[in-house]
Design a binder for this molecule. Structure first.
Ligand code: ARG
Length: 660
């Protein structure tokens, strides 16, 4: 290996993985045309037995160079200038390259990180501008569990992007112009309790929304259910003909029977849901009476909405009156979650731009009329994107096109992220393609999609009565349970302190339970799991943080002095080095997170760090140390661990407490 370094390497704020990659790049670029996919094969080692990092790029190079991978690995290693960074580079098996960081390099990084509020994490070389569309609830109805993922993932990504140096603009694209306003306007005109509205407008509007929804659902269900039951009966009869109950030998037939049974079961479930909606109204005499009086409610609601959109004075005045109440209602939740937005430009903001959007697309020859509607046809899709309906109404997609135009001209972003659930996948695919045709082709547009929150039964999380679970109640319950935990941990604690712990642990636990999941998957909601003291939970991480604070308090440590005048880090025990390696990986973890916008990678990292710390703590006495230098080195590791956990959690929007 050539130990001489040709280029001077900046020593400050390096990230081991990207530094290793850049050393490999110099070599690989001499051997292949495009090294980018090969560089991705350099990763943290699966098992620390094999070193700290592992490069598996020699294997696929076999195809490119026609030589055995082991030989290719030897060539790479011979040319690699990495002595200052890694003290051992070994080739294993068919051609894996195992790298072990040099201890003095590692200690240097830790020493730099110690006094640094950013913990030595480098800023990105080329900052981008990110517009992040997240939370974006339809207001006028209470926020429910379905809103939590977008809100938390969007907030976490904003914070992480900002931390590494990007410019971030957050925008809560409120649904403040849709049918739900037609519903409360109708409700207000026909069903309001004036006194209740005068006293508690937010609650009364919420009640009206719910009541109108119930009556609409009742009528729809009463209409749909008989047809559905008939269909099920018919399918049952057909199935009976096919399936006599005797064992069936024919595989194909068996499969067909299974398929039909599943279909019937699914429809039966739907019928049950419809029945539940009917029962809600039927079991309440007053509500039933109202339902009988308001048989045309669904059409009327649409009429009220259309009137609002057409600028009807009365409805517009009501909308203006209601909107602040609706905002107040969601603001309360955001305050509890500690979420802020730079902008809250809801759908209504774009209303008078929609006409222009449709004209512009037509002028560019991108849209045409089809059956009276204005559509954008794109060859890669079977169905067009409709931007104006036959009756002249604009659609969700039209508003989103106007939003893209506004964001692009106002902020000139390099990327627009949409944190919205996976069911809107098709909408965004089409939207992005249409926007590109329209001229917005030099900005990254990404649908950061996510799965569903499930209940214990593996179905979308609902209350016993089948309603969506309100977000407010969810937060209350999490804080309540965390309060019980806080008291168990610290029975003598004073009330104010315990209350603070309950808040931080309850809200933090709820956030972490969500963010530690791969966002693409569904996950099961469980209060017990999310507040567990052991396991991959915020509680465990918060506890690790508090534990270090306890040590620093007990040792009466002058923290500032320690950070600014550190002793050389000392790796007496293997686990100290292991902890050191884990600590310097914070920055590279954030890089990984931002490749696919996956915050669970940050959560996993923090969990592993905390576990490594726990191993360190069991094996390495800190305060009870004769050797002052060793004691301080260990305190430095403790402090770095606590601050990495604290900073990492803060990027997930989660706080810590000094004592638990
Ligand atoms: N309000 C929409 C909903 O609740 C989500 C909006 C997402 N953002 C957007 N620009 N389309 O489904």
């Amino acid at each position: 290996m050539d130990s001489h370094l040709s280029d001077a390497v900046p020593t400050k704020y390096m990230n081991a993985l990207s530094e290793i990659k850049s050393r490999f790049k110099r070599v690989l670029d001499q051997m292949v045309d495009d090294s980018s996919s090969l560089l991705e094969m350099i990763r943290p080692a699966q098992d620390s037995k094999f070193g700290d990092y592992q490069a598996n790029c020699a294997m696929p190079m076999k195809g490119m160079l026609g030589e055995p991978p082991r030989k290719i690995a030897e060539q790479i290693v011979a040319k690699l200038e990495i002595d200052d960074l890694c003290h051992s580079v070994e080739i294993a098996g068919p051609g894996f390259i195992n790298l072990k960081l040099d201890d003095s390099w590692l200690k240097q990084r830790l020493t730099e990180a110690l006094p640094d509020p950013r913990l030595g994490v480098p800023l990105v070389d080329t900052p981008g501008t990110y517009v992040i569309d997240f939370s974006s609830p339809n207001v006028a109805k209470p926020m429910h569990v379905g809103h939590i993922r977008s809100t938390l993932i969007g907030d976490g990504l904003s914070k992480t992007l900002r931390f590494v140096g990007h410019r971030v603009i957050t925008d809560n694209h409120l649904g403040d112009w849709g049918t739900q306003f037609g519903m409360i306007i109708y409700g207000y005109k026909h069903l309001v309790n004036p006194q209740a509205y005068a006293e508690k407008p937010v609650q009364e509007l919420g009640r009206l929304y719910k009541q109108v929804r119930q009556i609409i659902d009742f009528h729809a269900a009463s209409q749909q259910r008989p047809t559905l039951l008939e269909r099920i009966a018919k399918q049952r009869a057909e199935l009976e003909e096919l399936d006599s109950g005797e064992p069936v030998d024919d595989k194909k037939k068996r499969k067909e029977i299974g398929r039909r049974k599943a279909k019937i079961a699914e429809q039966q479930e739907q019928a049950n849901e419809l029945e539940a909606k009917m029962a809600t109204v039927q079991s309440d005499t007053d509500l039933l009476k109202l339902a009988e009086q308001h048989t045309d409610i669904a059409t009327e609601v649409l009429t009220e909405t259309a009137k609002l959109h057409a600028g009807d004075q009365e409805n517009l005045a009501l909308w203006n009156e209601f909107l602040p109440y609706c905002r107040e209602d969601i603001r309360r939740i955001y305050d509890r979650l500690g979420i802020e937005f730079d902008h809250e430009l809801g759908e209504s903001f774009y209303h008078d731009q929609l006409e222009g959007v449709v004209e512009s697309l037509a002028e560019k020859g991108l849209s045409r009329e089809s059956e009276g509607a204005t559509c954008v046809f794109m060859e890669q899709y079977d169905t067009p994107m409709i931007i104006r309906k036959k009756d002249g109404a604009f659609l969700y997609a039209t508003t989103d096109l106007a939003t893209i135009q506004h964001r692009a001209t106002t902020w000139q972003p390099s990327a627009m992220l949409y944190v919205v659930d996976h069911r809107q996948h098709q909408h965004f695919e089409k939207l992005f393609d249409a926007a590109k045709l329209w001229g917005y082709d030099d900005v990254e547009m990404t649908h950061v999609s996510f799965g569903t929150v499930l209940g214990d039964d593996g179905k979308p999380f609902k209350t016993r009565s089948g309603d969506t679970v309100g977000l407010e109640g969810l937060l209350d319950e999490a804080v309540h349970r965390a309060g019980q935990l806080a008291t168990e941990l610290n029975p003598e604690g004073n009330a104010a302190e315990l209350q603070e712990v309950a808040q931080v642990v309850g809200i933090g636990g709820l956030k972490y339970a969500d963010l530690s999941q791969n966002r693409s998957s569904d996950y099961k909601f469980s209060y017990d799991k999310m507040l567990a003291l052991k396991g991959n939970t915020a509680t465990y991480l918060q506890y690790s943080f508090a534990r270090v604070q306890g040590i620093l308090r007990k040792g009466n440590i002058d923290i500032e002095a320690m950070r600014n005048d550190p002793v050389a880090f000392c790796f007496e025990n293997d686990v100290e080095r292991e902890l050191g390696v884990s600590l310097i990986r914070f920055g590279e973890t954030l890089d990984e997170v931002l490749i696919d916008y996956k915050l669970n990678l940050l959560a996993n990292y923090l969990f592993e760090l905390a576990q490594t710390f726990s191993g360190f703590f069991e094996n390495c006495p800190v305060l009870k140390n004769e050797d002052e230098d060793l004691k301080q080195s260990r305190l430095q590791l403790c402090d770095l661990t606590a601050r990495t956990i604290q900073t990492g959690l803060s990027l997930l929007g989660i706080d810590v407490v000094e004592k638990m």
